[in-house]
Design a protein around this ligand. Structure first.
Ligand SMILES: [Zn+2]
Length: 168
């Protein structure tokens, strides 16, 4: 049976964790990006953008995040860009693409959904996240542990509630 988008995003995030994560919190997203072959940059982007990723044939991919954003936002945006990369390169074998993140949410398509689901799963690994929820820890504690915004932690909780992890 074909995998659903969220399942594919979560599986690929777990693959990246299995390959590159040192098991510590918060997940070191810039180090993971480099290990995946994507150079992360902080830059002043044009005012309507919060991040972007660019991949050209025979060139290393580059991910940019807006440097004036808060650290938690920058972390999530970088993780989101890695999601676009994984979907294109690992899954589709695409070698020439770019994505930009606009502050004003306009289009929200399956690629954006994939990248967001991937980012949540990468920054808030499923098992430790669920463990904290079951222990009754507050979202504030959870967000602090994973180095994400309160919004991102809330979204991850909603996503895991809507599509619960499959039991092995
Ligand atoms: Zn995006």
């Amino acid at each position: 049976m074909a995998k659903l988008v969220w399942q594919s995003a979560r599986e690929h995030a777990q693959d990246v964790l299995d390959n590159y994560w040192d098991g510590r919190f918060p997940v070191k997203i810039a180090a993971i990006s480099k290990a995946m072959g994507i150079m992360p940059y902080q830059a002043s982007l044009s005012t309507e953008l919060s991040g972007m990723i660019v991949k050209k044939p025979n060139e290393q991919a580059r991910a940019y995040v807006e440097k004036s954003e808060t650290e938690t936002r920058r972390r999530f945006t970088l993780a989101h860009e890695l999601g676009h990369y994984v979907e294109r390169v690992d899954v589709s074998d695409d070698n020439d693409f770019s994505f930009v993140e606009r502050r004003e949410p306009g289009r929200y398509d399956l690629h954006e959904f994939y990248a967001d689901e991937f980012a949540g799963a990468l920054l808030m690994p499923e098992k430790p996240f669920m463990d904290m929820l079951h222990e009754g820890r507050s979202l504030i504690d959870i967000a602090a542990r994973f180095g994400v915004s309160l919004d991102a932690a809330r979204k991850r909780r909603e996503r895991l509630k809507k599509n619960p992890p499959e039991k092995d």
